[in-house]
Every structure is written in structure tokens, then in C-alpha cells.
Design a binder for this molecule. Structure first.
Ligand code: THG
Length: 280
């Protein structure tokens, strides 16, 4: 199973037997005073720097979110997207819960982006999948429905089926869907990680689609978050996740070590190349 996304000049392949793809998460104002301020003041140089920083430390794709309560996301998201496209040459992941904002962003994007995201909710399926089809994009499917994130792995598999089937009915191939099992923090739910791991295993076995996970949710509210996050990365990659939403500055070394250990880095090429670059 290979998912391909592109920028105007670069192609990124997500799949088994490929290096793990890192989606840089930091162009997102949620909980970040400095980023909110940059968006309020249209300080796009801050966003441009953030894009460059993440690509320099190993992001293959960048997530772009411009949702700040009180600001016009439909106008802002395309502007931020253009800024990022002018700053770096990697493909982008367009992150919005609002289909109108996604559409406005898709109109300015050059290449085949990843949409973040569609859910198993009827309204989301009806509004987002037509955009996936019309703009020929890839899309992240969240295993969430009107009842929230189900605890039970089989229920999350059911939502995956729903998204994949609905997409296929519309002529969207399975390769263009990347499933995100989602995870809450182990700080409040001791089963959060184990249920997510079980879900990943199940989806891999039953569906074989590519899978992505936002890593930092797992450690919210706890100390030593990096230790928890990096440990969780090694577990989810061992279960078959092919793509991560994370801060590459904090997690890239772990990802490279995992790829090496999982046989995804022939002759340790990426690991050694990165080591040499770091020494310089
Ligand atoms: N799945 C999908 N999309 C997502 C998420 C997901 N988008 C949003 C979120 N989760 C992933 N993105 C972020 C962006 C910023 C931060 C966390 C997740 C963040 N992190 C802290 C910071 O930078 O200060 C530090 C976190 C850390 O210690 O690693 O702000 O799950 N499809």
C-alpha cells in the first residue's frame, strides 16, 4: 500500500518498507501564544522560519493549521499555505475541521496534498470526501464518530471500514486514505496506549491501509513527555504505523533508530547520513 503526496517539485511515498514519514506539527496555533500572535499580526516570517526549521531537522511533510478563534480561517489558511509553499519544497498537510476552509486552501495548493482530516461522522464524510475526489488529494481518516473516540478497537475498525467504503463508492482509492486511530493521554486513561496499539494492529491486519498517529497526545499532563512520546513512537512503528505527526526536532533520532531496527533503513544509510550531518 503506497500513498503518494506531492509538492510542486517533490514526491513523498508513505508505505511499508519505506522510511517512516514525519509530518512536522508545529505550524499550529493551538495552545501556542507565539503562533497565535504571528497569525493575528500576519507575521508570516515567523511561520516561514518555523517551516524551514522543521524541514531542516527532518520533516518530510508539514502540517499547516491556521485556526484561531476570532480570525477568518477561510482567508488566513490559504495565505499561510502560500507562505509555507514559498519557504520550503516539501508536500503539505492541510489541517482544518472546516470544509469551506479546506476548499479555499486546496484552490491555492500546488501538487497533491494530504487533507487533515475526515471523520466517520456523516456530515464530515459528505463534505470532505467530495473535496478529496475533486482535488485528487490524500486524506487522513480519524476513527471518531458522533459518539466520540470508541474505546473498543473493533469499533474503531468499524469506523475505518465506513470511511474506506464510502470513499471507494465515490471512486477514491484506498491508497489515498491514511487512518489515524487517535489516542488520548495515559495521564487520565491508563488503557489509552494499549487500546490504540491494539487498534493499529487490527487495522493493519484487516485493512492494510497506511496509518498515521499524532504522538504528543499520549503524554499530555505528565512530566518527561519526551521519554513517553519516544517510547510510544517505537511501539506504534513496530505495529505498522507508517507516518507520524510530531516535532521532528524532538523525535527524529528515535524515528531513525526505529527504522533501522525495523529493517526499513538499508545499510543504515539514513541513520548514518543524519549522524554525519549532525556532527557538522
Ligand atoms: N491527529 C491528526 N491531526 C492532529 C493531531 C492528531 N493535529 C493536531 C495534533 N494532533 C498534532 N499537532 C500538534 C501541534 C502542536 C502541538 C502538539 C500537537 C504542541 N506541542 C507542544 C509544544 O510544541 O509546545 C509540545 C509537545 C511535545 O512535548 O512534544 O503544541 O493526533 N490527524
Amino acid at each position: 500500500m503506497k500513498t503518494i503526496v506531492t509538492s510542486s517539485s517533490k514526491e513523498v511515498v508513505i508505505g511499508d518498507n519505506q522510511p517512516t514519514i514525519i509530518i512536522g506539527e508545529s505550524i499550529n496555533p493551538t495552545g501556542k501564544v507565539r503562533m497565535v500572535k504571528a497569525l493575528q499580526e500576519r507575521d508570516f516570517s515567523f511561520i516561514s522560519d518555523e517551516a524551514l526549521r522543521q524541514v531542516k531537522v527532518g520533516a518530510h511533510i508539514l502540517d499547516v493549521n491556521a485556526c484561531v478563534p476570532g480570525l477568518d480561517e477561510k482567508a488566513l489558511l490559504p495565505e499561510v499555505l502560500k507562505t509555507v509553499m514559498e519557504s520550503v519544497d516539501v508536500p503539505l498537510c492541510i489541517d482544518s475541521a472546516n470544509p469551506r476552509c479546506l476548499e479555499a486552501a486546496l484552490k491555492v495548493y500546488i501538487g497533491k496534498p494530504l487533507i487533515n482530516s475526515v471523520t466517520g461522522q456523516e456530515q464530515s464524510l459528505q463534505e470532505v470526501l467530495p473535496l478529496v475526489k475533486r482535488f485528487n488529494t490524500a486524506v487522513i481518516g480519524l476513527t471518531i464518530d458522533d459518539q466520540g473516540i470508541p474505546q473498543e478497537p473493533y469499533k474503531r475498525l468499524e469506523i475505518t471500514w465506513k470511511i474506506v467504503n464510502r470513499a471507494q463508492e465515490m471512486g477514491i482509492p484506498r491508497e489515498n486514505i491514511i487512518i489515524d486511530s487517535l489516542t488520548l493521554t495515559v495521564g487520565t486513561d491508563i488503557q489509552a496506549a494499549s487500546k490504540t496499539l491494539e487498534t493499529i494492529r487490527l487495522i493493519k491486519k484487516e485493512m492494510g491501509v497506511n496509518q498515521v498517529l499524532g504522538i504528543s497526545n499520549i503524554s499530555f499532563g505528565l512530566p518527561l513527555r519526551q521519554v513517553i512520546n519516544c517510547s510510544f513512537i517505537s511501539m506504534v512503528l513496530a505495529e505498522g504505523v507508517t507516518c507520524l505527526i510530531t516535532d521532528p526536532f524532538l523525535t527524529r533520532q528515535t524515528v531513525l533508530a526505529c527504522d533501522l531496527l525495523l529493517g526499513k533503513d538499508k545499510f543504515a544509510r539514513n541513520f548514518l547520513k543524519t549522524y554525519r550531518e549532525m556532527k557538522k
